[in-house]
Design a protein around this ligand. Structure first.
Ligand code: PMP
Length: 285
């Protein structure tokens, strides 16, 4: 069944959705995006995704396509029209279409605004059950990873490198420390059961799931240290895991061929996943 997608004010079957070949999202990756998870028809962390969208738009001086209330209404309409129970909604704002030029089009050029749904079967996944095997790659992305732009070429290449090695995902490393996964934030659990994750900066995306996990961990009485960690520390850790709107909390069981802990998903990752899903469902819109 074809999806109904949203393009610049219209709900249309995906085959009929059109954007200009001059769209700056296509020609310059001059665009930002958000991905909001859907569980049992509820939108998880919607206010957080809107706050980050506003920040990304402001950092790039991109025009706003709609108010938060209007964007929520579009999400709800797409949920309903596509009978989506589990999955996510992808949202993207570009600087619109204008003849190709590094200089931005004049003020008043309307942004392009598209949204579409992606379905999944439920919250469970093979990755969550068995854990991810990751490989390391150098972090060769630009230096403003805090802005959620659609420049995803390098993370896509890194993920393909992991697949080429027969693994699941890549962790990116800069100056000897792990920055994050190709599409998730990275964590380890130390011998003393402290959760370690890199502090927020321009070096990583400020994950909405990360914020929820750190709140949930604190409420559960787990200690959190926000600091960088090396691959060697991660390989010697008791547990490792990643978080994102798509993966929730997913264990990492192997790094560059070495098992993490006993090589199986650990209890703290499992507990945090349960805490996250409970809280997200309770507060979902
Ligand atoms: N880091 C990167 C590089 C990502 O692409 C993502 C997912 N978009 C995340 C972290 C996790 O962010 P969130 O929890 O908001 O999905």
């Amino acid at each position: 069944m074809s999806r109904i997608v949203y393009v610049n004010g219209a709900y249309v079957p995906e085959e009929e959705a059109k954007l200009s070949i001059f769209d700056r999202g296509l020609l310059f990756a001059d665009a930002v995006y958000e991905v909001t998870a859907v569980i049992e028809r509820k939108l998880l962390d919607f206010p957080g995704h809107m706050a980050r969208l506003r920040r990304s738009l402001a950092e790039l001086r991109l025009p706003s396509p709609a108010t938060d209330e209007e964007i929520l209404a579009i999400h709800r309409e797409l949920l309903q029209r596509n009978a989506l129970t589990f999955g996510h909604i992808y949202l993207m704002v570009t600087r619109g279409a204008a003849d190709r030029d590094f200089v931005w089009p004049k003020d008043g050029t309307p942004p392009s605004f598209i949204l579409f749904t992606q379905a999944r079967d439920g919250v469970e996944s093979r990755e969550a059950r068995e854990g991810l095997r990751v490989v390391s790659v150098p972090d060769l992305r630009w230096a403003r990873r805090d802005i959620k732009t659609v420049q995803l070429l390098y993370p896509s290449l890194a993920k393909m490198e992991a697949k080429r090695q027969g693994k699941d995902d890549a962790w990116m490393v800069e100056d000897g420390f792990v920055t994050e996964g190709t599409s998730n934030n990275a964590y380890i659990v130390t011998e003393s059961e402290r959760i370690v994750t890199r502090a927020l900066s321009n070096a990583i995306l400020h994950g909405i799931t990360r914020a929820a996990i750190l709140r949930g961990a604190a409420e559960a009485g787990l200690e959190v240290e926000e600091r960088p960690f090396t691959l060697a520390e991660a390989q010697g850790a008791r547990e490792a895991f990643v978080t994102s709107a798509g993966a929730f909390v997913t264990p990492v069981v192997e790094i560059d061929g070495l098992p993490v802990g006993d090589g199986a998903p650990g209890p703290i990752a499992r507990r945090l996943r349960a805490i996250y899903l409970d809280e997200a469902l309770r507060t979902g819109l």
